[in-house]
Design a protein around this ligand. Structure first.
Ligand SMILES: [Zn+2]
Length: 376
């Protein structure tokens, strides 16, 4: 194992932070899988999963079982992890800029198109190598000004040439679910089966905000689209499958879950040929992939105390009652119902709702939304 410590730019006199990446296998070996935890720094289940993966990877490497390459970043956001206000963690937005740590990643497809788009030829493997080299060169040439820019750039330098990228997050209260770009969903299906995911949300590129996972898979889907738009016909695969894996809710941090999830990821690594060994049969899926545009967001229509009527994981019929929003001053109660039904896959941890609060999310089968499909 090779532990690398990346110093982030110094934003303020006298304080510097470090991002640590753990590397297993031979640097040039394929497939390369990149796994990071807690980019939203207050979403901690992935950090404990990374701890369990780290132990397994150490043992596997000692016995020569790492056939490909794994890069593990157990603490992907040291900036956000240190942010607290009034004794509460604040790991989603950088306090200095109010920017979401999981947004604003660079458009690698445009970089690759400009640098090598017209030099690609008939050899598919050579095209993949040229695109990866061009992107890594561009990333190495960038000079970040701030700690946040340095964090985004460092993570991308580690992940941009990976075959598979897993970004481990969680929701507030939730069942295990995944987000993925349509173009790279099929290769990720066994992972979702082993994890026992109860919801999978897929979207074409452009869900909004340029998040970490989408810009990595988008390198290939959007480069292919740009080449086609310019009449350039060359073979180019979807050479990166990336997913945001939501490991249940914020409080679902414990060894039983983490061991189970690490084992599921381990079997997927075996399935990919990164780790030696037989992963066993792929379990039957507990989900039917649904469009991200079909995810119904239930918002509080007025302020009040939240009383839930449905647990996460419940399959709701259209019109089913999800929660009441109760005004104890007037005695009035607003009923929050799902319009189209589906799996109640996430809900807030708050029990007081200001008007407009996102109270719950239901994965419906029919696209009902347009525009920016991700929450702030
Ligand atoms: Zn997150």
């Amino acid at each position: 194992m090779d532990a690398r410590h990346h110093t982030l730019p110094c934003t303020s006199l006298g304080s510097t932070r470090t991002l640590t990446s753990l590397h297993y296998g031979v640097a040039a070996a394929r497939p390369k899988v990149y796994i990071q935890a807690s980019l939203h720094a207050d979403e901690l289940p992935g950090m404990l999963v990374a701890h369990h993966l780290r132990e397994r990877l150490m043992k596997a490497e000692r016995s020569g079982q790492v056939l490909g390459q794994v890069v593990l970043v157990p603490v992907a956001n040291p900036i956000g992890l240190a942010q607290r206000i009034d004794h509460r963690p604040m790991g989603r937005f950088e306090l200095n800029t109010s920017e979401n740590f999981n947004r604003s990643y660079p458009d690698l497809a445009q970089v690759a198109f400009e640098r090598v788009g017209r030099e690609l030829g008939s050899d598919l493997d050579k095209n993949v190598a040229m695109v990866r080299a061009a992107v890594l060169d561009w990333l190495s040439e960038q000079t970040p000004l701030t700690e946040l820019e340095g964090l985004r750039l460092t993570l991308y330098r580690l992940a941009a040439d990976a075959d598979v990228v897993l970004d481990l997050h969680c929701d507030a209260e939730a069942v295990l679910h995944l987000y993925s770009e349509t173009a790279c969903w099929p290769p990720l299906e066994p992972l979702a089966c082993w994890l026992g995911a109860q919801t999978v949300l897929v979207a074409d590129y452009g869900a909004g905000g340029q998040p970490f996972d989408e810009q990595l898979s988008g390198l290939w889907s959007q480069l292919a689209a740009r080449l086609a738009a310019h009449g350039i016909e060359v073979p180019l695969p979807q050479a990166c499958a990336s997913a945001t894996v939501e490991l249940r809710g914020e409080a679902d941090v414990g060894h039983a879950w983490a061991e189970r999830d690490a084992d599921a990821i381990w079997r997927y690594l075996q399935h990919l040929g990164v780790i030696a060994g037989d992963p066993g049969p792929v379990p039957e899926p507990r989900f039917v992939p649904t469009p991200l545009a079909g995810s119904e967001t239930l918002k509080a229509p007025c302020p009040g105390v939240i009383a839930f009527h449905a647990e996460v994981g419940t399959v709701l019929s259209p019109g089913a009652l999800v929660a009441e929003i109760i005004d104890p001053l007037s005695g009035q109660t607003a009923l929050l119902r799902t319009a189209q039904g589906g799996v109640l896959y996430a809900r807030t941890r708050e029990r007081y709702a200001p008007a407009g609060l996102t109270v719950a999310k239901v994965a419906g089968h029919r696209p009902v939304r347009t525009g920016n499909l991700l929450s702030e």
